[in-house]
Design a protein. Structure first.
Length: 353
């Protein structure tokens, strides 16, 4: 039987770097009062020996758990997984959060919580008691749930609120939904569109109204009409189809539609084709999300790319900074998305402008 390889410990690192155990510990925990040259030497030893700090040992030495807990909406997440339609919000969360946590010696724990449950406080209390996280990342609609916000504030745990402008606790973070919707609308206006419809997301999400506001602002600035061009959805395919049908059966109908999710945009595309409309010849489409399906559908969708991974990574940094007593930026923290131009947008037909 092969001998089990001896684990590299902090003592091996200290001996290799020629420093004390306390110095290695301070470098690992990014504490002050370590000379840069010493810090570099210790880090070189860590890298050369392949030393991985033990979270259990770190917890015993201090008050941190080195765990950050991310909470996502249970029903919507499970529905996306079951539908297998390419929604990648969770993938992007994990990409940004896990990599950033790893940089700082933390672990990201991902949990699903039903924000509508009568037992939501009990669920979160149980997770906090079991994991004792150093911080929590909330995603919509948890970000604006007053019960959850109050619970975390009372527990004095640093928490980031993605998609929220709330000032009643935590770190408010947005992906500039207002600016992104304005960007999409202005792109269509520049192409020559004058009647631009908008399909809003669920009113339960504060970001839904901010996207509507961005569309409305751009239309008003250009002196374009709004009447009959706004329909409500809930981010899902079915409501997107209903909203698109109303818009496309109106007279005069819009020559372009912005929908607040890829699913609703796909519904608008299917509805338009059922009515004999060509995309983008008769109807231009812009989506939010930019999930994988946006690239592979025909024609590929022009879409607002939301910086989910970047935002979650920054949320991790804010939580770690708060734990270390470092200065924090002004709130809300805004991380803007970008417009990815593909083949679903073009100039309106001459007789439809």
């Amino acid at each position: 039987m092969a001998r089990r390889r001896q684990a590299v410990t902090i003592r091996h690192v200290a001996a290799d770097a020629g420093v004390s155990l306390q110095t290695v510990s301070r470098v690992i925990n990014k504490e002050p009062n370590v000379r840069p040259a010493t810090s570099r030497r210790v880090q070189e030893s860590i890298d050369r020996l392949g030393y991985v700090p033990s979270i259990a040992a770190q917890r015993m030495r201090g008050h941190r758990s080195y765990i950050i807990l991310a909470l996502n909406d249970r029903d919507r997440t499970i529905s996306d997984w079951q539908d297998r339609e390419g929604a990648d919000w969770v993938d992007q969360m994990l990409l940004g959060g896990m990599l950033k946590c790893a940089e700082h010696g933390y672990r990201l724990i991902f949990e699903l919580v039903d924000t509508h449950s009568d037992h939501v406080e009990r669920e979160i209390d149980a997770a906090l008691a079991a994991l004792q996280p150093d911080g929590v990342i909330l995603t919509p609609p948890h970000s604006d749930n007053p019960l959850i916000v109050k619970l975390l504030t009372h527990a004095k745990i640093p928490f980031a609120r993605i998609g929220s402008l709330g000032s009643d606790g935590g770190f408010a973070m947005t992906m500039d939904d207002t600016g992104s919707a304005r960007l999409a609308t202005e792109h269509l206006i520049a192409l020559g569109h004058r009647r631009i419809g908008f399909i809003a997301g669920s009113p339960e999400y504060g970001l839904s109204e901010r996207r509507v506001q961005g569309w409305r602002d751009a239309m008003n600035d250009a002196g374009l009409p709004l009447d009959g061009l706004l329909e409500a959805g809930d981010f899902g395919f079915e409501t997107g189809a209903v909203a698109a049908r109303k818009l496309l059966r109106s007279e005069p109908r819009p020559t372009a539609i912005i929908a607040s999710s890829d699913k609703m945009t796909l519904a608008a595309m299917e509805t338009a084709r059922a009515l004999g409309l060509d995309i983008p010849g008769d109807l231009s489409l812009i989506s939010f999300d930019n999930t994988p399906v946006a690239r592979f559908v025909h024609p590929p969708l022009t879409a607002i790319d939301q910086p989910i991974a970047q935002t979650v990574a920054h949320a991790v940094e804010l939580i770690i900074a708060a734990q270390s007593g470092e200065p924090l930026p002004a709130m809300p923290v805004v991380i803007s998305g970008s417009l990815v131009e593909r083949d679903s947008t073009g100039a309106p037909a001459p007789d439809r402008d």
